[in-house]
Design a protein around this ligand. Structure first.
Ligand code: NDP
Length: 328
């Protein structure tokens, strides 16, 4: 018999929520053998819009969808949750300083962390999508002391997917030929998309690219600034690709990464690669039996070391800022 899983999505009435919920309900998040009960969390003003999305979900008559609850109360939303997708966040508005942004998000992710701590299922897995994702995940995690720290993760899979496509376009190969591309650090403009371990078929990607100028001045900035380029072109931020990446992240975590493949996930550091312990930073991981492990023993060259140090420094600054604000 199919098992049943509670999936909570915050910011359910938003753009990403709209692109995400139908894919979850159709079985793409956890597989065709898993039934899903959806819990949608929204702020009071957006509950009505979430109800509209729920009506559309009903109208799809998805065989795996067991039910949908909508609430503006975090405790209710996270009670018994197995998979929590924290999408809703406070966007940066004009004139807003970074401290204001972090404080506003602290007001969202602190109570959500507490609610997860109070009511989540023992196997809860949390993915933070709402920005600043790494630091929002840290805030939530710090307020959920009874949940194993490693269950709190943030999304860098969209950056990884973008990097795969850029490299595939450059080398004119299918993305399926490429493996072991890594995103390090923060989901921000300082992230480091790293080609130094990537292989295309059985050849090192960098050998095929053979153009360090392209890597430094085209590849890395194109991946890091892709979000802004999409806003410029589309007039709205990326939503379907962000939802797709969230599906990929949880699917790999639960069902495992393919043989020989890695995934990039922002996870609490265990001190690997000089990243201070506890920071939620992106690493290459391998997932198996419902758990992830940071890939160990990679050689980090001088260029990579400097790039990783820069993005980790930004994460430390964000952590220090939220500490100063009393949010952690
Ligand atoms: P989106 O659904 O487009 O985005 C939601 C969050 O995801 C934003 O913080 C956004 O960051 C982030 N994000 C991460 N990666 C990406 C990416 N690659 N592309 C785009 N966004 C990305 O926002 P909407 O404004 O459409 O919807 C947000 C919803 O959240 C609203 O319905 C609002 O009511 C709700 N909300 C719910 C809360 C709750 O449940 N307690 C709390 C706060 C808001 P960025 O802004 O940097 O693009």
């Amino acid at each position: 018999m199919a098992r049943s899983v509670n999936v909570t999505v915050t910011g359910a009435a938003g753009q990403i929520g709209y692109a995400l919920l139908f894919r979850i309900a159709s079985g793409q998040l956890l597989g065709q053998d898993t039934k899903v009960r959806l819990r949608l969390l929204e702020i009071p003003q957006a509950v009505k819009a979430a109800e509209g999305t729920a009506m559309e979900l009903e109208d799809c008559a998805f065989p795996l969808l067991e039910g949908i609850d909508i609430t503006d109360d975090a405790k209710t939303a996270f009670d018994g949750v197995n998979v929590a997708l924290l999408v809703g966040a406070r966007p940066r508005t004009k004139g807003m300083e970074r401290g204001d942004l972090l404080e506003a998000n602290g007001g969202i992710f602190k109570p959500q962390g507490e609610a997860i701590n109070a009511g989540a299922a023992d196997d809860v897995r949390v993915l933070v999508v709402g920005n600043p994702a790494n630091t929002n995940a840290l805030i939530a995690q710090q307020h959920a002391p009874d949940v194993p720290a490693e269950r709190f993760t943030a999304m860098t899979r969209l950056d990884e997917n973008r990097a795969y496509s850029q490299l595939a376009n450059k080398l004119r190969v299918p993305v399926t030929e490429i493996k072991r591309l890594v995103i390090w650090g923060n989901h921000s403009a300082t992230q480091y998309p790293d080609l130094s371990h990537a292989v295309v078929g059985d050849r090192p990607a960098l050998e095929l690219v053979d153009d360090q100028e392209w890597v430094e001045n085209t590849f890395i900035p194109t991946v890091a600034k892709r979000g802004a380029a999409i806003i410029e072109a589309r007039g709205a931020s990326s939503a379907a690709s962000a939802a797709n990446a969230a599906i990929n992240h949880i699917h790999d975590w639960v069902n495992g990464t393919a043989e020989g493949q890695w995934a990039s996930m922002a996870v609490p550091s265990d001190g690997s690669y000089g990243v201070p312990e506890g920071l939620i930073s992106s690493f290459p991981v391998v997932c198996k039996d419902g758990k992830y492990e940071i890939v160990q023993g990679l050689t980090v060259n001088e260029f990579s070391r400097a790039k990783i140090a820069a993005t980790v420094a930004e994460l430390e600054e964000e952590r220090d800022a939220v500490r100063k604000l009393g949010l952690i």
